[in-house]
Design a binder for this molecule. Structure first.
Ligand code: AMP
Length: 420
């Protein structure tokens, strides 16, 4: 299937060409036609599936049709709510890229930075507003923003809004939207509160789901290193000697831990920066931009700060700490393997984290191969508890070198099913 079959207008097809997109992803194939027809949509998909283009392209196309002869030039006609600043920026970049030939304006607003440039842009007029809930409410209260002309509303990563305690804000925002509008809700999982919200804001929605867990997990090469807590930093430095790791996103459970990792790497002569909630938005964006531009090789992040980060061709995700929630593991490793590209996810597991490894393996229905051939091994033999974890597979016996020498990227398409 090519984009030509999706009835897209030429300026958008040309923009996608410039982006190098030749084939729509599964969610795009399923979502774009009904969205062009004005239907509401429930999308079960996480980042990495191409969901942003799946909603941005139809919004841009429908807006561009309305634009001709429209009188309300300076009003907000589309609102996209995202849980994090980083995701808001990325969604804004996507609208700019896909809409480059349309003359529509988009603006991104989020907290933690001065509001002045944002209010200036709002005064000039914005067609598509991408916002995090807190700053949006703030600017609505200050009367910089009116939502009364919004015709397209996207609630992106709804489950993360819930995790981050943002649902009350989201509901307040929705109460200011016109009743007649097209609504799109995206969520990787469907906790009860989100399905209740969904029922109240969607009308007869088309339901599309891309199976994120299995498709993401299947295309990513995963391995685990058993290592003592205190030895983790040495193991990380040791692994990073391998130049095959061109860009690594390292996850730390805590902000303090992230700073400590950066310090240790810097001491060892490895360029690294941290992003977490204690850093200013400017510092986070700067670090992210440097990482994307490959000026720094290692970005160390906490889970919250890493949400929505989209780095094309990220070669490695390294879990310096294993997360206690298996879903977080899947979200983390999904930072690599974007849009069907393969990637490598390596995890460090100390004695205390073996329980987390067990539940992760259960969720992904896979035994993660163990790399034993490294200088800082934990002694794993003998204990009953370890027998569960160490189910050796042929892959587990491979040395780490064989992981790093894998040819990348390889194209893999996600599986798709439509919800009943
Ligand atoms: P998303 O799930 O929206 O975060 O998108 C993940 C990544 O896939 C982004 O880097 C997009 O630029 C990329 N992408 C989206 N659609 C396509 C496509 N049809 N072909 C190639 N890459 C795509």
């Amino acid at each position: 299937m090519s984009f030509d079959k999706l009835n897209l207008i030429l300026p958008i097809r040309e923009a996608l060409n410039i982006e190098g997109y030749t084939t729509p992803t599964e969610i795009q194939v399923q979502a774009i036609p009904p969205l062009l027809d004005g239907k509401d949509l429930l999308g079960c998909a996480q980042t990495g599936t191409g969901k942003t283009a799946a909603f941005a392209i139809p919004i841009l196309q429908n807006l561009s049709k309305e634009q001709r002869g429209a009188k309300n030039q300076k009003t907000i006609k589309a609102l996209i709510l995202t849980p994090t600043r980083e995701l808001a920026v990325q969604v804004g970049e996507s609208f700019t890229a896909y809409g480059r030939n349309l003359g529509l304006k988009n603006g991104v607003i989020f907290g933690g930075v001065s509001q002045k440039p944002q209010t200036d842009a709002l005064k000039e007029g914005i067609d598509i507003l991408i916002a995090t809930p807190g700053r949006l409410l703030d600017l609505m209260n200050q009367k910089y923003i009116s939502l009364q002309h919004v015709k397209f509303f996207v609630l992106d990563e709804a489950d993360r809004m819930l995790d981050m305690g943002l649902v009350a804000d989201v509901k307040r925002i929705i109460s200011h939207l016109p009743k007649i509008r097209q609504t799109m809700l995206f969520s990787a999982t469907m906790p009860q509160e989100i399905s209740k919200l969904m029922d109240s804001i969607l009308t007869d929605p088309v339901k599309v789901a891309v199976t994120p867990i299995s498709s993401t997990v299947d295309i990513i090469e995963q391995a685990v290193y058993f290592v003592g807590k205190k030895q983790k930093k040495y193991l990380l430095i040791h692994l990073l000697k391998d130049k095959a790791i061109t860009s690594a996103l390292v996850f730390s459970r805590t902000k303090h831990g992230a700073d400590k990792i950066v310090k240790d790497l810097t001491k060892a002569g490895i360029r690294a920066q941290a992003i977490h909630g204690n850093k200013s938005q400017g510092a986070r964006q700067l670090a992210l931009n440097k990482f994307k531009a490959k000026k720094i090789r290692v970005l160390v992040a906490t889970d919250i700060a890493a949400r929505g980060i989209d780095v094309e061709e990220l070669s490695h995700v390294i879990n310096f700490d294993l997360p206690d929630s298996p879903e977080t593991y899947v979200h983390r490793i999904g930072r690599t393997g974007r849009a069907g590209l393969g990637g490598v996810a390596l995890s460090f597991c100390d004695d205390d984290e073996k329980k987390y490894l067990k539940v992760i393996q259960k969720l992904i229905s896979k035994t993660i191969p163990i790399i034993e051939d490294h200088p800082y091994p934990l002694n794993l033999t003998g204990s009953e508890e370890n027998k569960d974890i160490i189910k050796k597979t042929p892959a587990a016996k491979r040395s780490q070198a064989s992981y790093f020498k894998k040819d990348r990227p390889k194209k893999v398409t996600g599986r798709l099913h439509v919800l009943p």
